[in-house]
Write a protein that binds this ligand. Structure first.
Ligand code: CA
Length: 232
């Protein structure tokens, strides 16, 4: 893992910011803090932040609004939401926010560190032994620049969407169940809700499919999960 990844924690409760900071710093991360959403947006715009840990309940604009604004401006930013209530989870899972992961309060700070590490792994440049270009016409991944294209037009993906697409394009025709996708994309430590897989697939379909409700490339394998179409 590269050192010096910058993490921003947006949370109005000081003691939570502090214990998150201590645990992340112990693991080599640079941590910035914001106690409001407005300040969080400002810091993200002015510093090169890799991952934002974003609380939902904030004074002023709430975490949902912050997430929407950041996602629109920074499609490749990593976003982990902190949520207090189970009803928030359904909202976080909604298509419009594009969060990469979430944690329910109260949480173990070591688990948050694992989630951040897993997300950073998803965002890191591909190692040199991997293929630089993975092509599946009309799509293409340039693993070196972490860009995804349809024909020659870039489709901007979140770190999580990019990881899923890479998994699919490297394994066309292979059916993955939701747990496999969770393990391969979010990391083996992830004990989460496989609904987050479905939401990311839906977002991907809306970005790449001509008719997202009748997908051609990302096939649903009933009772199993998903598969990238194999044209052979
Ligand atoms: Ca809060």
């Amino acid at each position: 893992m590269a050192l010096n990844n910058k993490i921003l924690i947006v949370e109005d409760e000081e003691h939570i910011r502090k214990f998150v900071r201590i645990n992340l710093e112990r693991n080599g991360f640079i941590v910035l803090e914001a106690e409001t959403g407005e300040k969080g947006i400002y810091i993200t715009r002015t510093e090169s932040i890799d991952v934002v840990v974003l609380d939902i309940m904030l004074p002023g604009i709430d975490g949902f609004e912050v997430c929407k604004i950041l996602r629109e401006e920074f499609p490749k930013l990593g976003i982990i939401m902190l949520t207090a209530k189970s009803q928030d989870i359904d909202k976080i899972m909604g298509l419009e926010y594009g969060t990469d992961d979430y944690m329910v309060k109260p949480f173990n700070p070591m688990e948050l560190v694992l989630r951040v590490k897993s997300l950073i792994r998803r965002m890191e440049l591909t190692t040199s032994e991997e293929l630089d270009i993975i092509a599946y016409p009309p799509f293409k991944i340039d693993a070196y620049s972490r860009k995804f294209y349809r024909e020659h037009k870039e489709i901007e993906l979140t770190p999580t969407e990019y990881s899923i697409i890479k998994l699919f394009l490297k394994n066309p025709g292979k059916a993955f169940n939701r747990d496999e996708i969770l393990n391969l994309v979010w990391g083996y430590d992830f004990v989460g809700d496989s609904k987050i897989v479905d939401v990311n697939i839906r977002r991907l379909r809306s970005k790449i499919e001509e008719d997202p409700s009748n997908p051609y490339y990302i096939e649903t394998v009933w009772g199993v999960g998903y598969r990238w179409r194999d044209e052979e």
